[in-house]
Design a protein around this ligand. Structure first.
Ligand SMILES: [Zn+2]
Length: 253
């Protein structure tokens, strides 16, 4: 049985154009106690009781300079060093702006960590959502909330360019070997997790060893606990900038 009184919806990231509208989907799809964090120094988001903290500073590249390396084919493909003259290596070494665009991509983990630290003790089942995400109002997330309540971490993704809205079907990728999957890689557009597993994030950052994006999420929720108790699920969410639909349509998607 899902204990709704212990669920906290934690929203962080950057509040962009369209987020006023997309928040309504979150309230309908996941109608539980909701908390917000935003970095200082930006336009203030239109949300109640927002926590503001200074944006973290980076003097290392989160992935290239970290001691921990993901055991992941997606990582190996992107970060493989060049071997001149015939091998230009992974895209880290030649794709324009890739270095800068990925340097600080563990920042969302710090944001979520800071917000979690402000939550009352009673919240044990945690949902993290970025502001600029459209969450489907047409799918049932409850089975996955129940999994998180029982100790399983669940990551969601599902965006592609030009889509009208989130896919209205949730598809778990179990032991999957598709191009978006790896056993050391947790999808992070939205994720559900037991609160007690989201620990040591500041410590990793202070040690210059906090990985970015999907690798960092796996590092925090699974690798540091030496377990693989997670599930990636495709569908139910879409990042706003990929959408071809109008904001007035979103609530029905
Ligand atoms: Zn897959």
């Amino acid at each position: 049985m899902l204990d709704e009184s212990k669920i906290a919806i934690c929203i962080s990231g950057l509040f962009r154009k369209g987020c006023d509208t997309s928040l309504k989907n979150i309230y309908k799809a996941l109608p539980y106690d909701t908390f917000y964090l935003h970095w200082e120094g930006y336009d203030k988001p239109n949300v109640p009781n927002c926590v503001f903290v200074p944006e973290p500073k980076y003097d290392y590249h989160c992935t290239l300079d970290t001691k921990t390396k993901p055991d992941c084919k997606i990582y190996r493909s992107a970060y493989r060093p060049p071997n001149p003259p015939h091998d230009r290596g992974g895209k880290m070494w030649w794709k324009p702006n890739y270095y800068n665009n990925t340097k600080e991509c563990s920042k969302q983990l710090l944001a979520h960590y800071y917000l979690l630290n402000t939550l009352p003790e009673k919240y044990e089942t945690i949902v993290r959502i970025r502001y600029d995400l459209l969450v489907s109002t047409k799918v049932d997330f409850r089975p996955y909330l129940e999994l998180a309540q029982n100790g399983v971490c669940v990551g969601f993704a599902g965006s592609y360019q030009g889509m009208r809205g989130p896919e209205q079907k949730l598809t778990p990728h179990i032991n999957c070997n598709c191009n978006n999957c790896s056993s050391w890689y947790m999808w992070d557009n939205m994720y559900f997790h037991p609160r007690h597993k989201f620990k040591n994030v500041q410590k990793f950052h202070d040690e210059k060893n906090l990985l970015g994006a999907e690798w960092g999420l796996y590092q925090v929720l699974c690798d540091q606990w030496k377990d693989r108790n997670f599930l990636n699920v495709w569908g139910g969410v879409a990042v706003l900038r990929y959408l071809s639909s109008l904001p007035e349509e979103w609530i029905n998607l």
